[in-house]
Ligand binder design. Structure first.
Ligand SMILES: Cc1cc2nc3c(=O)[nH]c(=O)nc-3n(C[C@H](O)[C@H](O)[C@H](O)COP(=O)(O)O)c2cc1C
Length: 171
């Protein structure tokens, strides 16, 4: 049965092949709570509503960022221009468990105390309105409260730019 189209057995393999071929935008999601800052590279995202605007971010339960986000009311979502690959590697290839990422990049405190990265091509801060169990990731539904985006974003970092980064944390 494993090679029959549409069976549950080959669904997992087909799905993995399919998503490995997609090229979607990557984000760095930061947050802060109780004096701790955190952030990681994130690919599991989607806008889920136009009016009111809502955006879903999937954070792995094992990530340092998730632990800090559990106590936070807001997240900051950043898009990075392609020339900022080093920042993507910092946030995707190292963990806040052992590395102070914010000592190694430019940032400033933004709305709701969220750390805003200097490297961002565009960003928004969203209030976490709901959290959902989504498997090994937890969905954080955001309602944008502030942000900054130019008319033209230029070339952005996408999955194909970062797929070879060894994640700083097991998923
Ligand atoms: C291509 C790629 C996509 C990733 N997507 C996500 C994601 O959607 N959600 C997530 O929580 N972590 C994702 N990660 C993993 C984290 O960015 C990575 O483990 C990071 O080092 C965790 O840092 P932290 O422990 O400081 O939170 C991704 C990593 C890579 C390389």
């Amino acid at each position: 049965m494993t090679d029959q189209p549409g069976t549950a057995d080959n669904g997992g393999a087909a799905f993995e092949n399919m998503v490995s071929l997609l090229d979607y935008p990557m984000f760095v999601v930061t947050t802060a709570s109780e004096g701790h800052r955190a952030g990681c590279l994130v690919g599991f995202t989607s806008q889920t509503s136009i009016n009111p605007p809502k955006f879903l971010v999937g954070l792995s339960r094992k990530n340092h960022t998730f632990t800090v986000a559990q106590e936070a009311d807001h997240l900051a979502v950043h898009l990075l221009p392609r020339e900022e690959l080093a920042v993507a590697k910092l946030f995707g290839g190292t963990s806040g468990d052992s590395t102070d990422k914010f000592a190694q990049c430019g940032w400033s405190p933004g709305p709701e105390g969220m750390p805003i990265l200097d490297a961002a091509a565009a960003w928004f801060v969203g209030r976490v309105s709901k959290r959902f169990e989504l498997g090994d990731h937890v969905g954080h539904l955001l309602e944008p409260v502030d942000g900054n985006a130019p008319e033209d974003l230029g070339e952005l970092i996408t999955f194909s730019d970062v797929r070879d980064i060894d994640p700083g944390h097991d998923a």
